[in-house]
Design a binder for this molecule. Sequence first.
Ligand SMILES: Cc1cc2nc3c(=O)[nH]c(=O)nc-3n(C[C@H](O)[C@H](O)[C@H](O)COP(=O)(O)OP(=O)(O)OC[C@H]3O[C@@H](n4cnc5c(N)ncnc54)[C@H](O)[C@@H]3O)c2cc1C
Length: 374
Amino acid sequence: MQGRTGRFDFDAVVVGAGAVGLASAYALACKGLGVGVLESAGAIGGGISSRNSEVIHAGLYYPTASRKAELCVEGRGRLYAFLDAHHVAYDRCGKLVVATRAHEVAALETLARQGQVNGVEGLELINGRDAMDLEPHLLAAAALWSHETGVFDSHGYMLALLGEIKDRGGALALSTPFEGAEPLAGGGFKVRAGGREPTTITTARLVASAGLCAQTVAAQIDGYPRHHIPKAYYGKGSYFALQGRAPFSRLIYPIPVPGALGVHYTRDLGGRARFGPDLEFVEAPDYQVDPARAERIYAEVRRFWPGLPDDALTPDQAGVRPKLHGPGEPQPDFRIDGPNVHGLEGLVALFGIESPGLTASLAIGDLVAEGLAC
Ligand SMILES: Cc1cc2nc3c(=O)[nH]c(=O)nc-3n(C[C@H](O)[C@H](O)[C@H](O)COP(=O)(O)OP(=O)(O)OC[C@H]3O[C@@H](n4cnc5c(N)ncnc54)[C@H](O)[C@@H]3O)c2cc1C
């Protein structure tokens, strides 16, 4: 692989082969650039991108004109089209956001207005009776029916992205951690990569898309202003799997809570039902699910599914959100920081790409490519 000009080994190097790094590499490769992706793990998508709800979000929740709102709505449309074109499985099953008590209905109406202003299509406010006709196990005073929400095979999606990158001559190096970069006089970067055969490569552009390691990677780039590296917080979310038949055909969400969407019901494409994720701020990422957290999950689920039997839930997986805020603090937007923020030409650094990062990934990738003036 050689950069377009022959001056660099690559036109662009992307650090991190999660959904967002791969979507960024895809966007850059679509511009005709020679792209290399460095991934420290032995496989793609093993980070945040494999420990989530796999929901294609409609774009309801996020403040109007925020990156989260705009990139979610745009990314969702792009994602469904990409999945169709690449025969990756999904189910546009829809979801109900449920007010379980009369006093929650006003919050539901606010959410519906927020969704409309955000440009979300296919939203319908329905009364409790209609919601319970749709989903007979549900308890609802009213519901917001989002027809555009779905679930998908996120790993199949990442494999399809990788296929597109490779078809365009891009390269992926697994078990190859990024260990540092220094800006070169006249532009570009010299990148140090570790692993079994440590090496240095040159690149005209650099994208830091390292998920939970975003802050570490930024700090390894010479000249990156420390005061522009946001403090990292880790918002762990535990899931519990349901033994037995899935009770609902649509996804069921409560009214959102500060910092998260609330413990919800999702099912994967095979019909396996899960509840979660809850939100627990932790000092460092860890993926153990504490069975004691089930008690709270039972209580939250029974608000919308009173018939949840005792002993029906078992600990499942956990994921960790790369948060930029602590408990009780307002939830900031995605950070997609270009030279206007950090002053390093040719570099985009991503921070805080939590939900709806999977849904938004293709739109984030386009923004990254634009930020690098491709
Ligand atoms: C509990 C939970 C539920 C969620 N649910 C949803 C959902 O339903 N829908 C949705 O749209 N979004 C959801 N999200 C958000 C979504 O999963 C993330 O936004 C997205 O997966 C982030 O992708 P990423 O590529 O930024 O990070 P990652 O997937 O973590 O990728 C980063 C990669 O960088 C690699 N890396 C780290 N350091 C280095 C280094 N030094 N050198 C090389 N490689 C390195 C890591 O190994 C990793 O593979 C959820 C997140 C969580 C935690």
